[in-house]
Design a protein around this ligand. Sequence first.
Ligand code: PBG
Length: 327
Amino acid sequence: MPKFPALRMRRLRRTAAMRRLVRETRVSVDDLILPLFVVPGSGVRRPVASMPGVAQTSVDEAARDAAEAAELGIPAVLLFGIPESKDEAGSEGYAEDGIVQRAVAAIKEAAPGLVVITDVCLCEYTSHGHCGVLRDGTVDNDATLELLARQALSHAAAGADVVAPSDMMDGRVGVIRGALDAEGFADVAILSYAAKFASAFYGPFREAAESAPQFGDRRGYQMDPANGLEALREVQLDIEEGADIVMVKPALAYLDVVRRVKDATGYPVCAYHVSGEYAAVKAAAAQGWLDEDRAMREVLTSIKRAGADLIVTYWAREFARGATSSD
Ligand code: PBG
């Protein structure tokens, strides 16, 4: 390698066009998945206070948002449902005419080409807000598996292309794969929240999904933020059980995990830029403390550079609208 002054790194940074020519990482609209929160009723559009730009919407409005996303070139949406009523077992989660099941059908009609992904978890549907059923005050892994499989099946029957279990129960990917195959849904893919950490950054989501645990926390099933090797084992297990795409969540505080998972598996890797990560930038931007558009591009680029192929982001529409602008 030549040395200074023969070598001047700044030569290739002089103009916007030059920087574009040598840019290593590009975020494309093709990489993005837009989350949607669906609530009962019609004509409902309720902004989520802690997530500016995000709203809870009824099925009809969600279908409109999905169609808009498709028009913007966004390939996929990820659905979360907030049911009319909650119970101990989260039974609304697998109701044939449940909120997500109806939303899937409406979105498939409004935007047939869009990939519809459904979050599979009990926390939005249980009265206690935990991701599984309880026994003696803790989440019972094995009893939860059957309910997750029922929920995944009902989403597939409604027309979901991909089911995304986010509960962190052991063995759920295998049980869900088996149930889907047995019922004729061999083509429905599984995007597993494989390395999901017990994170402070989920705070605003729990307002959007009305899913805060009513007691305790999720540290008994979600991962300890300190553990990277364990994340690789979680990912490996999910792949062995039949996951088609593996997710690391959250994204920014776990970019090292994203890179290790990509290098170790070669699988399609999805990173979830979560509610708190989004809200933090929104809040700082509202104060005038940073430029949101630039921060958004930098954040999404860093996630891509770390090795993610797909990114779940509440910014999907904003990014898509300005996708051709680059500096
Ligand atoms: C459900 C679920 C959560 C998120 C996605 N699916 C919340 C949690 O585990 O507490 C968080 C998403 C976000 O913060 O944007 N289990």
